[in-house]
Design a protein around this ligand. Structure first.
Ligand code: MG
Ligand code: MG
Length: 256
């Protein structure tokens, strides 16, 4: 991908702006979270997220994002076997027992915050809850590795090893990424890899780390809407993401 070559280190002042972008993005996601319940449409949740972003004078990063056709919404909404890039619609209501993933991006003063989470709708199965918990923990373990002197492979391997130790799978075609003035910058940050390999991490790198986890297979396919990515076998998937800055010290989560 062309953005792979485009690695841009950020100054502390730029990271502060990204933290503001990330905070607005967090508030939009929290507004969505509050309204997750059986019967709510994914379009309604999309409107709520967009309102929070615009109320802060910011702009939805996903809206009109280039792809098979310009992305039409503020958030990605994915239910059960849908992994990423699901399109909000008035036709789809959340149902008791679903697991629901929301991904959102916000542009503030020219910089992007990008974050996602998965949550249950009402009561969910123990298996679904375990998938969510494993995926959230994969993100935490990956973030822990975002330290100067580590390599990208350390991050990827931490995610992959944790996920696969539970018998789950990580996709090969969809990755985390650098983020800044562009939603997708270099480096690409796969959810699989080999410790000790790849780019050496440096302060000023800002990474959207986003473990995606599938219960039954690493394979995915894209639906006829040309955006929605689902597990190839229809098994459940989950997705968590934070935008994180590599600093001289601890990793700094920007999207909270
Ligand atoms: Mg995202
Ligand atoms: Mg992302």
């Amino acid at each position: 991908m062309s953005w792979e070559r485009n690695i841009v280190l950020k100054s502390p002042a730029e990271i502060e702006i990204m933290q503001q972008a990330g905070h607005i993005n967090f508030l939009a996601l929290e507004e969505v979270r509050k309204h997750i319940r059986p019967g709510v449409t994914t379009d309604k949740l999309d409107q709520l997220a967009e309102q929070v972003i615009r109320d802060h004078g910011a702009t939805p990063a996903f809206l009109n994002y280039p792809g098979p056709y310009p992305y039409p919404s503020t958030i990605n909404t994915c239910i059960n076997e849908e992994m990423v890039h699901g399109l909000p619609t008035r036709k789809i209501e959340l149902r008791e027992g679903d697991i629901f993933s929301v991904d959102c991006g916000t542009v503030w003063q020219g910089f992007v915050g990008d974050s996602a989470f998965t949550a249950g709708v009402g009561e969910i199965s123990a298996e679904a809850q375990k998938l969510i918990d494993v995926t959230r923990e994969a993100l935490r373990l990956g973030i822990e590795k975002l330290r100067p002197g580590n390599r990208l492979g350390d991050v990827s391997a931490a995610v992959q090893e944790w996920v696969e130790s539970h018998g789950y799978h990580v996709p090969r075609e969809y990755s985390g990424h650098g983020v800044g003035r562009n939603m997708h910058e270099g480096p690409q940050v796969p959810n699989y890899g080999t410790a000790g390999q790849g780019l050496e991490l440096r302060p000023g790198l800002t990474i959207a780390l986003e473990p995606m986890v599938l219960v039954g297979t690493h394979r995915t396919r894209v639906l006829a809407d040309k955006w929605t990515v689902v597990s190839a076998d229809g098994s459940l998937t989950a997705h968590f993401e934070h935008t994180v800055a590599v600093t001289e010290g601890d990793p700094l989560i920007l999207t909270q």
